[in-house]
Design a protein around this ligand. Structure first.
Ligand code: ATP
Length: 379
């Protein structure tokens, strides 16, 4: 078993016999006449690191607060480990919520902060000491046990909050923007720590974040929400490579959308007329399409090759002029205006040193991509 990567084989959502830890059943949450969560169904499995993504106001926090017990559904039921949680108050649920502010007690030491919840439970005293020690070890805070929160760094405070949240071994930990207070570099390091700790404890994590990259990095599955509904729930790769809608494609990373009428030319291939007088684009899709159905061909910038000459070997080749270059060190993004006026982004890795770069502003270039480089979407 040693050679198998547990991350790869862990996919209970694909197993029809797997029993979910959390089940939302037709859950609606209304605030007055406003519907914050709209008839939502969702299953989250034990051991998952589940991320909720979506624009501000889409209902992420409301969903979490219902799990924690701070809000109750207006309709529908939420099941946690086989129990309908509606009548269970927050402090009796096997759930903990870690807030962005961490809410550490400033006058208590790191050790006391972690022990706080345990002391209020019915855990025997000697076991409390052991448990705190275990949490300190897990979060690599042993040498800071005696310090107060203001005597440690932001990243360390974040780990104290995590240790405290996990001390009572909840079945479910809810994390609301857990890394929001950290700078980018520390944030990235902490993402890996968080994944490590999640894996070691086997606790199910549900995280709300504004940062798509963060969700993609840490999560087993990502739910993309809009207006109180789930638009797509899939693995990070699934969300990125096979989005189910323009909304999801556009929400995660950058994407070019070619809009046009599709014509099936074979079982798996369509031609898309996207501009008058231009050769149609070709795309592989098995989607059932009506004749001349309006579709959106979504192509990621990194799937598009930029060249001075037409490559004559790829299914899709269009001509344009470079109007903008964003140099990011390891990669450059070229913004190209096609003859149709449409702007297209193409990304190339910078293998060569800057002075020997091939493309510059105002260059006439060809953009090309294969028939499998994008996805055909109908909404
Ligand atoms: P953000 O990313 O900005 O935190 P969110 O996706 O977490 O947003 P929620 O906080 O879940 O969004 O809010 C969803 C919607 O419900 C918003 O339009 C919000 O104004 C509304 N809402 C949330 N709580 C209440 C409340 N107690 N009373 C009335 N409306 C509320």
């Amino acid at each position: 078993m040693a050679e198998t990567n547990p991350q790869k084989v862990f996919a209970p959502w694909e197993d029809p016999t797997a029993v979910p830890l959390i089940r939302f059943e037709a859950v609606t949450k209304k605030f007055g006449t406003f519907t914050a969560i709209d008839n939502l169904n969702l299953k989250i499995y034990r051991g998952e690191f589940f991320a909720l993504l979506g624009p501000s106001g889409c209902g992420k926090t409301t969903l979490m607060r219902m799990l924690a017990g701070f809000e109750t559904p207006s309709e529908g039921a939420i099941w946690l480990d086989g129990q309908n949680v509606a009548p269970i108050p927050p402090n009796k649920r096997p759930v903990n919520m870690m807030f962005q502010s961490y809410a550490l007690f400033p006058h208590l030491s790191v050790w006391e902060n972690i022990a706080f919840g345990l002391k209020r439970s019915d855990m025997p005293k000697d076991q409390i000491g052991e448990r705190v020690q275990e949490m300190l070890r897990l979060t690599r805070l042993e040498q800071f046990a005696k310090r107060k929160p203001h005597q440690i760094s932001g990243g360390q405070r974040q780990r104290v909050a995590l240790a405290r949240s996990l001390a009572k071994a909840p079945k479910l930990l809810l994390l609301d923007e857990p890394l929001g207070a950290l700078d980018k570099k520390l944030r990235q390091e902490t993402q890996f720590e968080l994944m490590d700790i999640q894996e070691k404890t086997g606790t199910t994590f549900v995280i709300v974040t504004h940062d798509q990259e963060e969700a993609m990095t840490v999560a087993t599955r990502v739910a993309v929400m809009d207006h109180g509904k789930l638009i797509q729930v899939a693995t990070p790769a699934g969300i990125y490579e096979t989005p189910n809608s323009v909304y999801v494609a556009d929400f995660i990373g950058e994407v070019n959308i070619f809009e046009g009428a599709a014509r099936r030319i074979s079982d798996d291939m369509v031609e898309i007329d996207y501009a008058e007088g231009k050769a149609p684009l070709r795309a592989v899709t098995s989607e059932a399409l009506a004749p001349a159905q309006k579709v959106f061909f979504a192509v990621r910038p990194e799937k598009i090759l930029v060249s001075h000459q037409p490559p004559h070997e790829r299914a899709n080749e269009v001509k344009g002029k470079i109007v903008d270059i964003a140099y990011l060190g390891n990669i450059s993004t070229y913004r190209v205006r096609l003859e149709t006026g449409q702007m297209v982004s193409a990304q190339m890795t910078n293998a060569k040193r800057l002075a020997r770069r091939d493309f510059t502003w105002e260059d006439e270039v060809w953009l090309s991509w294969t028939e499998t480089a994008g996805v055909v979407l109908t909404r």
